[in-house]
Design a protein around this ligand. Structure first.
Ligand code: SAM
Ligand code: SF4
Length: 471
């Protein structure tokens, strides 16, 4: 069999797209290999969201060129494909900067991979067509063995593209206009996943709560209504969705957190900044207080909900006072976790042309302060779990014998010691300890005598390099 190595950068949607490309290539006789060495085809699935992500791609391409040259000397032909958002944004420029690249394919054109690869054998090829000619309708369904190999949690793209045009963001240009898959198509995919053991699905989209796909009655269904259908699928015990925009959190979606036990008490709802002046300059179209009120409504529906957000520091014109508003918001809401980034000017976006860019040193300082507050709240959230009993869905082997690792409904990683359970079990776990990246617990109903597993007794001593366990 021919070998393909696929490396995805960036967001969950790239992980999903990478899997779908593996499914297409599987039908062409390729099997996946974990390293680029020895591969006949190397595919980089790229991210354009910040400049650093783009630079990583070019660094990686330099290494791949060397592998391609070395393999050629051994008589093996290697083809290099660049897919994803850098492909969309930079097109032929990629091959100008790195001539070893054979094919550039954008995120809306990858269903054409087989014919494009064929064409690329004759000449270097670029396909960055944006209109979605129902890409999803052309993708082969994953085989049961591939689904099982990917584990019991799966991403499912339900919506793609964005019409919001936040002033800093490239997504509307790289992924195109908002598009929602029909409900029937999504249901067929989820039923297939469930039939092969998937229990936990995350419905993904750049702006997933703007979802408005065609339902069984021919009308547009919102995300909440579609989730009611997903909740009926036998075997699907956990449903999440990401990423949402505050302005698209409608009453039905909030109510779904109250009414559907399968919808997990976790919500990633990026706010980006706490200052109204900056939110307006970002074209976010809501104020910080509107966000606060929205969070109150969500908490009324689901009091234990864990919240997370994205933040950008150093958006052009952000003053010290503006930044303090972000810190205030973070402290008021008490997010369970969050991502935070330094503003990165993106070519073609309105914010890139703004004067008053914030100096790098100031951005660094602000990011450090913000991350310290985010970490403080994350630790507080995790420590508050100690002594509580929560359901953990076991997803993979732990790092030590007899350990299994899983997630709480609040998306926290948990390690337990068990000899009787297996991956896929949902167990009630008493949380005993919060490490820096994982919680540790024992199965409810089991005695809380000291563990006989040395890894659980003195993790740091046994494995000092293990950040999770060394906490
Ligand atoms: N659609 C989502 C939303 O509305 O929040 C997120 C999309 S984006 C893939 C993920 C995050 O990257 C954003 O929430 C934002 O915090 C960050 N981001 C986007 N553009 C950025 C830029 N130019 N510089 C720094 N961070 C950026
Ligand atoms: Fe980008 Fe999200 Fe804004 Fe859309 S809503 S432009 S994806 S940050």
């Amino acid at each position: 069999m021919k070998k393909v190595h696929i490396k995805s950068f960036g967001c969950q949607m790239n992980v999903y797209d990478g899997q779908r490309m593996a499914d297409i290539l599987g039908e062409q006789g390729f099997e996946e290999t974990p390293t680029p060495e020895g591969a006949d085809l190397i595919l980089l699935n790229t991210c354009h969201i910040r400049d650093r992500a783009v630079q990583k791609v070019y660094t990686e391409l330099g290494k791949l060129r060397d592998i391609k040259t070395a393999q050629k000397a051994q008589g093996q032909d290697t083809r290099i494909v660049v897919a994803g958002c850098v492909a969309q944004a930079e097109g032929a420029e990629i091959q100008r900067r790195q001539p070893a690249v054979d094919l550039v394919v954008g995120p809306q054109a990858y269903h054409r991979l087989p014919e494009l690869l064929e064409q690329a054998q004759r000449r270097r090829t670029v396909d960055t067509d944006l209109p979605i000619d129902d890409k999803f309708g052309h993708l082969p369904a994953p085989k049961p063995a591939a689904i099982r190999a990917r584990g019991i949690s799966a991403f499912v793209t339900v919506q793609e593209g964005c019409d919001k045009f936040c002033a800093f963001c490239v997504v509307p240009y790289t992924r195109g206009a908002e598009f929602s898959r029909p409900v029937a198509q999504i249901m067929a995919e989820i039923e297939r996943l469930a039939a092969s053991g998937v229990q936990d699905v995350t419905l993904i989209g750049q702006n997933v709560n703007a979802y408005h796909g065609e339902g069984s009655d021919g009308r547009a269904w919102g995300l909440a209504r579609s989730m009611h259908r997903v909740a009926e699928v036998q075997g699907i015990h956990r449903i999440r969705y990401s990423t949402s925009h505050p302005n698209d959190m409608d009453d039905d979606l909030i109510a779904a957190h109250r009414d559907l036990p399968q919808v997990m008490p976790f919500l990633h709802l990026p706010v980006q900044a706490g200052s109204d002046r900056i939110l307006s300059a970002m074209n976010r179209k809501h104020t910080a207080d509107e966000y606060r009120r929205l969070i109150e409504r969500v908490r009324q529906a689901r009091p234990d909900i864990a919240l997370s957000s994205d933040f950008i520091v150093g958006f052009p014109g952000e003053s010290d006072a503006d930044f303090e508003e972000t810190i205030r918001l973070v402290d008021e809401i008490g997010f369970a976790s969050s991502y935070s980034f330094k503003y990165s000017p993106r070519p073609g976006t309105p914010a890139a042309d703004l004067r008053e860019q914030v100096p790098l040193g100031v951005m660094d300082e602000r990011l450090q302060r913000l991350q310290a507050r985010i970490e403080h709240h994350r630790q507080a959230f995790n420590h508050a779990m100690v002594g509580r009993t929560v359901e953990v869905l076991l997803e993979r082997a732990g790092r030590h014998p007899r350990q299994l690792a899983g997630k709480t409904p609040y998306l926290q990683a948990v390690q337990i010691e068990t000899e009787t359970n297996q991956i896929g079990d949902r167990v009630q776990v008493v949380i005993e300890r919060a490490g820096s990246n994982s919680l540790f617990g024992r199965k409810a109903g089991e005695p809380d005598t000291p563990s006989q597993n040395p890894a659980m007794l003195d993790p740091a001593a046994r494995d000092p390099a293990n950040k999770d366990l060394a906490a």
